[in-house]
Each structure stands twice: as structure tokens, then as C-alpha cells.
Ligand binder design. Structure first.
Ligand code: UGA
Length: 435
């Protein structure tokens, strides 16, 4: 099948490469010249485990190519995926201008009937707007599908090649038939295939992300109560998680959620619910607890250091989660800003994200080597649970810091290792040790 993918960011590029791997002829379209240049040279423009290998394969087989010309990508295509960004507006609503522009571009450039698959996360009822754009802009038949994705950054290639579910929303039987054909290679097995109406698909994506964020905020609220009472939030989460009705995933307390998806999707879901007449106050509380998780860590560092001014703080991890170089809405960078505002000397260290972190927060000091960053530090804070940080030589670190103090904002480290090396250890929602 001939496939166009509009927008080759984290979602679009992985989708394009996966569909090419399935054997479809895919053209990736993006207006960003630097991104297209990099891709045309055969390189992934961001770090995602397994992506470069997948690109090597599908570029080598000629199944995937890239262009900045909409006409070239869309001409003769059986279907076009819209995978553009939907950032938050100041009022919390999703900014859908890029989705609108992509839809108009398909309508303008279609050379025959085409199925448009809306993959960007959008508020429920966006499909109605797209239908009316298509009706006015072209005489070709455009069948619309909403097929939100469930890729996790850091595991996106695996999620895409072996999805746990595929969600296809459409009110058009022929569009459903095309989608089944498109995804034939992964159907059967463990992948659940949901064929629903278009509004259900749109809403389900917001519901999934909001519920995952709710679980994280529940764990972070528990962490506050655990810290106040001397209980251990990790054990509480383990006990809760052993009940299969609850599940252990996404009950890790820490600095809170970040990234490109949850923060904007929570805002957008609350906004669209409000517009539809329902005050989804629960979502406001989820966001409030998330902000509180960061504030609680700042307070913990202040309590530990007494005067934060001029103290050196090493942040281990700058990406919003491990396995990615993405720093968008990263709790680590929000912490860096808060500590800088308090007068601390902040140094960051991340295995992948240093460059993007400095772009996002100009002036931030970064180091490749955590031992170098720890020289003279008064406090080390674990911000992102990269596995390599768990294996650091804490005895060596103890010899080079000024104050042996570790705040574990992700409950990553083994308490015994750090305490035996002589550090005071302040985890999240668990009793501190060696104060
Ligand atoms: C999220 C969803 O998990 C995907 O299913 C969805 O497809 C994607 O958004 C999207 O809408 O595109 P992602 O943003 O890549 O994926 O990252 P997550 O793994 O969900 O983590 C989000 C944030 O929550 C991270 O900052 C992570 O550190 C934090 N988190 C996660 C916790 O603080 N505690 C946990 O227990 C789990």
C-alpha cells in the first residue's frame, strides 16, 4: 500500500518506519528542513532505542523515503497519516492548527480517493471539523479514521512493531477495511484490535493518558503521607500492585510526570470536558499533585542544605524519563530552574539529553561524566532513573563531594550501597537514612 506520513517527529517517524518494515511504500513528510536533511542522510534526528537499526533496514530496502514536498508525498497515496504536534494553548486547549494545516494539505494534494488517519492526540469531536474541511476542499472522497497511538518514548519501536492494541475509530466501513489490511502483519497474536466509532477513539486516548497520570499522582500523594508517617511508599505500591485490579505499573512516586504528552493531554482533556459541560475537577487535582511532587523535592533539598545559595547541586538525569533524549516538560529541568532561582550552582548529567537540555535551558552546566559533576557537590539529586546511575561507585563519589547527600527523586538507588559509602540518603516517600 502507498502511505504518506505527515510529521516525522517521535510518533510519525516510528510509525513510518514500522509501516515500511511491514512492507508498505512509505513517504515521510515534514516542513522542518533540518529534520528532513538528517533523515535523507539516513540518520535518526533523535535518540530512540532500535530506531536507527529500523531506519537502516527500511531505507536500505527503499520502502521509506522523506520529502518536504506535500504533493510528492500525497500523490497517489492510498492513505495519509497525520502525526503532527498538538501543543497546549495558554488556555489549556490543544492547539490544532498543525492538524488543520495537514488536513488541508491532504485535501489539496490528493489525486484520488484517500483514507486520512488522524494519529495526533486531539480532543473528542476534532473529526467533525476535519470532515467539514474535506467536504469543502476537495471533490475526492476522503474517508477519515482516528487511530491514536500508544507508543512510549524509549520503547516506541518495540511498542510499534509489537503493539498491545491498535485502536481504529471510523464511521466508514471501507476505511475500517483499509486499516485491517494495513495492520495485517500484527493482527492476531497478543495484539487487541479495537474497531470503534470515531469519537470513541478520540476520547479513549485522552482517557488512557489521564488515567496513567492519575495513577502517578495517586502514588505521589501517598508519598507525602508516607513521608509524614514514616511508612514506605514503594512497599505500599507493591502491596497495592499485587492486586490485579490495581496493577503495579505507574505507581512509582518521584518528581512527577513530564514529557510531551501527559502535561498537555491532561490540560486538553480538562478543557474539552469543560467545553462539553462537565467540570472534570479530578484532573485538576492530578495536575496539582504533580506540581506538588516537584515542590516537595525542592523543599527536601532546601531542608537538607539549609542555605541553598552558592551550593553545588548535581542533577543525575535531565530527560523526562530514561531511554530518551527528550527534555520537553522534563521534571529534571523544572527542578534545575527552581534550584537556580534559589541561587544554587546546578550541574546536570544525562547519558543522552545534555545537548537538548542546554538548548532548552541556555546556561545550564552539563557534564558527560557524573564523577566530574560530583566534584565539590553539596547534594546529588537523582532526577531520571537511567539504570547506569544505580551502578555508580558511591565510595568513589563520597571521596569527591563536599557534602555526602543524595536526594533520590526516583527511588532508584539501593539504600545499602549509598549509606555504606557514607552518604545521607533521602528517597521519595520512604524513610531517610543516615541523616
Ligand atoms: C505516554 C503514554 O505512556 C503512552 O502510552 C502514550 O502513547 C504517550 O504518552 C503519548 O501520548 O504519545 P510517554 O510520554 O512516552 O508515554 O512516557 P511515559 O512512560 O508514560 O511516562 C510519562 C511520565 O510519567 C515520565 O515523566 C515518567 O517519568 C513519569 N512516570 C511514569 C512516573 O513518574 N511514575 C510512574 O510510575 C510512571
Amino acid at each position: 500500500m502507498k502511505v504518506a506520513v505527515i510529521g516525522v517527529g517521535h510518533v510519525g517517524l516510528v510509525t513510518a518506519a514500522t509501516l515500511a518494515h511491514f512492507g508498505h511504500d512509505v513517504v515521510g513528510l515534514d516542513e522542518d528542513p533540518a529534520k528532513i536533511d538528517t533523515l535523507q542522510q539516513g540518520r535518526a534526528p533523535f535518540y530512540e532505542p532500535g530506531l536507527q537499526d529500523l531506519l537502516d533496514e527500511v531505507l536500505g530496502s527503499g520502502k521509506l523515503r522523506f520529502t518536504r514536498e506535500a504533493a510528492e508525498a500525497i500523490e497517489g497515496a492510498d492513505c495519509a497519516f497525520i502525526c503532527v504536534g498538538t501543543p497546549a494553548r495558554a488556555d489549556g486547549e490543544a492547539n490544532l492548527l498543525a492538524v488543520e494545516n495537514a488536513a488541508r494539505s491532504v485535501a489539496r494534494n490528493a489525486t484520488g480517493d484517500i483514507v486520512v488517519i488522524q494519529k495526533s492526540t486531539v480532543p473528542v469531536s476534532t473529526a467533525d471539523r476535519l470532515h467539514s474541511i474535506f467536504a469543502k476542499a476537495t471533490t475526492h472522497r476522503i474517508r477519515l479514521v482516528s487511530s491514536p497511538e500508544f507508543l512510549r518514548e524509549g520503547a516506541a519501536v518495540q511498542d510499534s512493531l509489537k503493539p498491545d492494541r491498535i485502536l481504529v475509530g471510523s464511521d466508514d466501513p471501507e476505511a475500517h477495511a483499509l486499516m485491517r489490511k494495513l495492520y495485517e502483519p500484527v493482527l492476531g497474536g497478543d495484539c487487541r484490535y479495537f474497531e470503534v466509532d470515531i469519537h470513541t477513539a478520540e476520547l479513549a486516548k485522552h482517557a488512557c493518558n489521564a488515567f496513567l497520570a492519575l495513577k502517578i499522582s495517586f502514588a505521589n500523594a501517598l508519598a507525602r503521607v508516607c513521608e509524614a508517617s514514616g511508612a514506605d511508599v514503594v512497599s505500599v505500591a507493591d502491596i497495592m500492585g499485587s492486586d490485579h485490579r490495581i496493577g503495579r505499573d505507574f505507581l512509582n512516586a518521584g518528581l512527577g510526570y513530564g514529557g510531551y504528552c501527559f502535561p498537555k493531554d491532561l490540560l486538553a482533556f480538562k478543557a474539552v470536558a469543560g467545553r462539553l459541560g462537565y467540570d472534570f475537577g479530578l484532573l485538576e487535582e492530578v495536575m496539582k499533585i504533580n506540581r506538588g511532587a516537584l515542590d516537595a523535592t525542592v523543599q527536601k533539598i532546601k531542608d537538607a542544605l539549609w542555605n541553598v545559595e552558592s551550593k553545588k547541586v548535581l542533577l543525575l538525569g535531565l530527560s523526562f524519563k530514561p531511554g530518551t533524549d527528550d527534555v520537553r516538560e522534563s521534571p529534571a529541568l523544572n527542578l534545575a530552574r527552581a534550584l537556580t532561582d534559589l541561587g544554587a550552582e546546578v550541574v546536570g548529567c544525562d547519558p543522552q539529553a545534555n545537548e537538548f537540555a542546554v538548548r532548552e535551558m541556555p546556561g545550564l552546566q552539563v557534564v558527560e561524566d557524573p564523577y566530574k559533576g560530583a566534584e565539590g557537590a553539596h547534594c546529588i539529586v537523582v532526577c531520571t532513573e537511567w539504570p547506569e546511575f544505580a551502578d555508580l561507585d558511591f565510595v568513589r563519589l563520597k571521596g569527591i563531594v563536599t557534602l555526602p547527600m543524595i536526594v533520590d527523586g526516583r527511588n532508584l538507588l539501593n539504600e545499602k550501597d549509598v549509606v555504606e559509602a557514607g552518604f545521607s540518603y533521602l528517597p521519595t516517600g520512604r524513610p531517610p537514612a543516615n541523616l
